[in-house]
Ligand binder design. Structure first.
Ligand SMILES: [Fe+2]
Ligand SMILES: [Fe+2]
Length: 357
C-alpha cells in the first residue's frame, strides 16, 4: 500500500476510501472500520489488487475521474460512492453521488447502506452463479450421456445451457465463472463449460450479434460431444496416448459431427465447429487437414477458446499454464492458430490471470 494508507487488517471484504482531505478521511475511516475493514489512502496511492467491497472517492473531479477509471476489477460493476465537488458525474451502474459538503452522518449512513446492499447482492450473485454452474453441468452431463447412449440430444437442453453460460459470464465475468466450474472435478464437462465461458466472453468482446453470440456458445458447448464415444480410460489418461489411442481420440470431431448430422436439427455452422475445431491454419490439424480459408471464422474462434482452455485448466497430472503463458504458447504456435484473432483474444483472456497464476 502507498504511504499514508492504513495497514491491511484482514483478508476479508474491505471498503477502499480515497480522499485528499486528511481530517475527513481519518474520521470516515474510523467510523467505517466499526462495520467493515477500511483501507484508506490519499490520491496517488497504489490501488489494491484485490477487489474492494465498496469504493468511496472524495477527490476533485479530474482526480476522481482518473482513479475511477483505474479502479477496474474483473466481474460486475463495483459499488462506488463519490463525494462530489462541483457537478455530479453522469449516472452509472452501482454509482451513488453525494455532495462533498454533505454532513458526515449522511455520508456514513449512505456508506453503511451501500455495504449492506453490496453484501446482499454478492450473496445473491454467488447463489445464482452456483445454480447456473450446477444447472449447466447437469445439462452438459445429460448431453454427453445421451450422446454416449446414442439417444437424441435435446435442443432445449442445448439452448438452456447456452443461456446459462451467457447469463453467468455476463454477470460475474469469466474468472469467477471458471473458479466455480473448476471447483468441481468434472473432466470433460469442466472443459466444455470452460470453452463455452471463453466463447461467451470473446463473443462479447468482439461485439457479435445476439444470434451469432448464441451460435458461438452453442457450438462451444457441443464442440467435444464426440468424446462421449471415446472410452474414459483414454479421455482421462494422464500420460501420453499410444498411437492407437491417439488415432481413436482424433476421431472425436468426426464422431460428433456425424452424431449431430444424423439428428438433422443442428445448424451447419455448429456441425462445422464440431468437426473442424482441431483443424489448423497451416493444414497440420485433424481430421481432414483443412488449411487457411477453408476453416471458417467461428471454427477459428472455438479453436482459440479450446486451446486456451486446455492449457489453463487445472489437471491433476500437470500444472496448468497461467493465462499469459498460455497466450505466449499460442502466439509461438506459428501458423497453427489465427494470429489476427489471437491479438484480439489475448487481452480479453488476461482477466482470468488471477485464477491461473
Ligand atoms: Fe476436441
Ligand atoms: Fe475441446
Amino acid at each position: 500500500m502507498a504511504p499514508g494508507t492504513a495497514p491491511r487488517l484482514t483478508d476479508g471484504p474491505f471498503v477502499l476510501l480515497i480522499s485528499d482531505r486528511p481530517t475527513e478521511r481519518a474520521a470516515l475511516e474510523r467510523a467505517i472500520a466499526l462495520v467493515m475493514d477500511c483501507r484508506s489512502m490519499a490520491a496517488g496511492g497504489t490501488i489494491p489488487s484485490t477487489r474492494p467491497h465498496l469504493v468511496v472517492l472524495d477527490l476533485p473531479p479530474a482526480r476522481a475521474a482518473d482513479l475511477d477509471a483505474a479502479l477496474s476489477y474483473p466481474g460486475p460493476p463495483l459499488p462506488r460512492l463519490h463525494l462530489v465537488r462541483g457537478d455530479p458525474a453522469p449516472a452509472a451502474p452501482q454509482l451513488r453521488q453525494l455532495p462533498a459538503a454533505a454532513p458526515r452522518q449522511v455520508v456514513l449512513a449512505t456508506v453503511f447502506a451501500m455495504i449492506e446492499e453490496a453484501s446482499r447482492t454478492s450473496a445473491l450473485r454467488k447463489r445464482r452463479l452456483m445454480e447456473r454452474v450446477t444447472g449447466a453441468t447437469a445439462i452438459v452431463t445429460d448431453l454427453f450421456d445421451s450422446a454416449a447412449l446414442g439417444a437424441r440430444l435435446q435442443q432445449d437442453d442445448v439452448e438452456r445451457g447456452t443461456e446459462l453460460v451467457l447469463a453467468a459470464v455476463s454477470e460475474v465475468g469469466i474468472s469467477t465463472w471458471l473458479a466455480e466450474v473448476w471447483r468441481h472435478d468434472i473432466g470433460v464437462y469442466q472443459h466444455t463449460l470452460g470453452v463455452a465461458g471463453h466463447a461467451a466472453t470473446f463473443g462479447t468482446k468482439i461485439g457479435l450479434s445476439r444470434t451469432d453470440h448464441r451460435l458461438l456458445v452453442r457450438s462451444a458447448l457441443l464442440h467435444d460431444i464426440g468424446k462421449s464415444r471415446i472410452p474414459v480410460e483414454i479421455l482421462n489418461k494422464p500420460g501420453r496416448l499410444t498411437p492407437e489411442e491417439l488415432r481413436l481420440m482424433q476421431r472425436h470431431p468426426d464422431i460428433g459431427a456425424d452424431m449431430l448430422r444424423a439428428q438433422g436439427a443442428f445448424e451447419a455452422t455448429v456441425i462445422d465447429v464440431v468437426q473442424h475445431h482441431h483443424e489448423r491454419i497451416d493444414g497440420k490439424g485433424y481430421p481432414h487437414g483443412l488449411a487457411g480459408s477453408a476453416i471458417n471464422d467461428l471454427v477459428r474462434i472455438v479453436a482459440l477458446c479450446d486451446v486456451f482452455s486446455a492449457l489453463t485448466e487445472r489437471r491433476t497430472y500437470r500444472p496448468s499454464a497461467t493465462a499469459a503463458e498460455a497466450l505466449a504458447i499460442m502466439r509461438d504456435s506459428g501458423g497453427q492458430l489465427d494470429q489476427d484473432l489471437l491479438r484480439v483474444f489475448a487481452p480479453a483472456m488476461l482477466g482470468s490471470e488471477a485464477l491461473t497464476a
